[in-house]
Write a protein that binds this ligand. Structure first.
Ligand SMILES: [Fe+2]
Ligand SMILES: [Fe+2]
Length: 193
């Protein structure tokens, strides 16, 4: 699918705010890809498409995930906001014709993170957090950090997510804990390719 077609199809599948957010993540991913030497085209496309399943109603997301054969764990079933990552990867492949596994994995992981993330996965995760439309206390510091030290920014983002989930008495996905611990254990080493 041509990039313009992807953009117009995406626009139809989400509300206006989400579409703006998607463009913001695309823009931030591109800048970070240039900063850290990731593939700019892949970063742009992954950033654009990452929330393609986000505005599908939760009950439909559950059904679609089942139809795609996505195995959901108990935490994803209890916290359905986590489903749009893995589901988004399948929708990106099936409805938007995106077959690049690196892009699809970045979409898949953007809700929880995971241990041993690739550079592209890290860029999408943090861009989702700091794109220009995001507004929360500390976002400016996190933006600066993301351009200085990607791993430090990611650790801060995981810390905030974990604190938020605990404060809201919600279920914390173990992949988010693994993602945070992996960075602390392996700081400064090369990403998986
Ligand atoms: Fe998302
Ligand atoms: Fe997002």
């Amino acid at each position: 699918m041509a990039p313009e077609d992807i953009i117009s199809k995406l626009k139809e599948s989400m509300d206006e705010g989400r579409f703006k957010h998607s463009l913001g993540v695309m823009e931030t991913s591109l800048i970070l890809a240039r900063r850290y030497g990731a593939n700019a085209k892949k970063a742009e496309l992954a950033g654009l498409i990452h929330d393609c399943a986000r505005d599908v109603p939760f009950d439909a997301q559950l059904k679609m995930a089942e139809n795609f054969g996505i195995l959901l764990d108990d935490i994803q079933k209890q916290e359905p906001v986590l489903i749009h990552g893995p589901l988004g990867a399948e929708i990106a492949r099936n409805d938007f014709g995106i077959n690049d596994e690196e892009i699809l994995n970045a979409v898949r992981l953007h809700t929880t993170g995971d241990k041993n993330m690739t550079l592209l996965e890290k860029i999408i995760y943090i861009s989702d957090y700091i794109e220009p439309g995001r507004c929360f206390p500390g976002v400016e510091d996190l933006r600066v950090k993301a351009f200085k030290d990607l791993e430090e920014a990611l650790t801060s983002a995981f810390d905030s997510t974990i604190r938020y989930v605990i404060k809201s008495h919600r279920l914390l996905h173990p992949r988010t804990v693994s993602a945070r611990n992996f960075i602390l254990l392996h700081k400064g080493r090369e990403e998986r390719t």
